[in-house]
Design a binder for this molecule. Structure first.
Ligand SMILES: NC(=O)C1=CN([C@@H]2O[C@H](COP(=O)(O)OP(=O)(O)OC[C@H]3O[C@@H](n4cnc5c(N)ncnc54)[C@H](OP(=O)(O)O)[C@@H]3O)[C@@H](O)[C@H]2O)C=CC1
Ligand SMILES: Cc1cn([C@H]2C[C@H](O)[C@@H](COP(=O)(O)OP(=O)(O)O[C@H]3O[C@@H](C)C(=O)[C@@H](O)[C@H]3O)O2)c(=O)[nH]c1=O
Length: 286
């Protein structure tokens, strides 16, 4: 197997790099400098030069608030570039694994969201990620789209590291309590992707959308509370309503995802978010 990872220096790409040596497969890790996925001819010639069996697209515009201003670039990277990758995968016989987000939903649900539930993104980032899903699946039936949520990792910037920094700088901190979802350690998602890939080789009919996060449910406030508890940081943490913490981009109030499909299709076991957080907090402490 010969696997291309784009956006490889981000959180998920870095976790895949950390796992690569355990697989025995041939991996090519690229970020913007080696392969700018918004450059169609560069993408096509990269695929032409090397016979990839799979492409895991970890590249994305993930600055949710900035995306509201940077609309064109967000659409280019999260949707048009995905179309280029799908085109190259189709032409040169590779399978595409596209990563998407819980932010494709409107956040008005009350029960865990299944893959076939209607999407209605609440912000521009979510809209472009949904367009990316469509760009990929319109071109190829065997694309695997994995929607995940609230990613964090020992690598890159994320909510865990922001809370650890703010918790040390401040005595009091307010965090939103009426947005509920599930945190996901990117290391677990990387591991799930490594479990999925060989199964795609055996059976080419697995194309479709899958939901993957860690198990359990949390508000951002719950997540922050647990980060401080596990990091031994003392801070006066106050629950805020969304209107008390205005942001340029709206966020869904509820985006817990139902993971039954990915668990049953690929036989994947998923850890609870608190247990996976502990692993990341320990990694950051060492
Ligand atoms: N972060 C989260 O909370 C969530 C993320 N997701 C999705 O998961 C996936 C992985 O996210 P995550 O690892 O957090 O993302 P990151 O933002 O950590 O990494 C994205 C990577 O893409 C790179 N990149 C940017 N532009 C290009 C380009 N033109 N060509 C190639 N690479 C480029 C970035 O480089 P540079 O830093 O130089 O810009 C960065 O290394 C994404 O699809 C994201 O939408 C889904 C749900 C939650
Ligand atoms: C820093 C901070 C944030 N918040 C809130 C704002 C927001 O509602 C929530 C999370 O803020 P962040 O900006 O860290 O995370 P955000 O950019 O909303 O995270 C999202 O990123 C994209 C890429 C995804 O795909 C989503 O699944 C999700 O992970 O916490 C507070 O309430 N207090 C604070 O001090």
């Amino acid at each position: 197997m010969k696997i291309l990872v784009t956006g490889a220096n981000g959180q998920l790409g870095s976790e895949l790099q950390a796992l690569a040596t355990t697989t025995g497969w041939e991996w090519t890790f690229t970020d913007r400098e080696e392969l700018d996925i918004t450059d169609r001819s560069a993408v096509l010639s990269f695929f032409q030069q090397q016979q990839f069996t799979h492409c895991v697209n970890c590249a994305a515009y993930t600055a949710v608030d900035k995306a509201e201003e940077d609309k064109d670039l967000t659409l280019l990277l999260n949707a048009t570039a995905v179309e280029y990758l799908a085109e190259a995968c189709k032409e040169f016989g590779a399978e595409l694994i596209q990563i998407s987000t819980d932010f494709v939903f409107d956040g008005k649900a009350h029960l865990p969201l299944k893959e076939d539930q209607a999407v209605d993104p609440v912000n521009h980032y979510g809209f472009t990620k949904w367009k990316g899903e469509q760009a990929a699946t319109d071109l190829m039936s065997n694309v695997v789209v994995i929607r995940t949520s609230w990613l964090y990792s020992r690598f890159g910037n994320n909510f865990v590291k922001t809370m650890q920094r703010l918790g040390k700088e401040r005595d009091t901190l307010g965090v939103i309590v009426d947005q509920v979802g599930t945190p996901t350690n990117a290391a677990d998602l990387a591991d799930a992707i490594v479990q999925v890939i060989p199964q795609l080789v055996k059976d080419h009919t697995f194309g479709g959308i899958y939901h993957y996060s860690n198990e359990g449910v949390a508000s951002w406030y719950d997540f922050a509370h647990e980060i401080f508890h596990q990091s031994n940081i003392t801070v006066d943490l106050k629950p805020l309503a969304t209107f008390q913490f205005p942001t340029p981009a709206a966020r869904p109030h509820y985006s817990v995802m139902d993971k039954s499909k990915i668990k049953e299709t690929f036989g994947i076991a998923i850890a609870h978010w608190k247990d996976s957080l502990k692993i990341c907090i320990d990694q950051l402490a060492n």
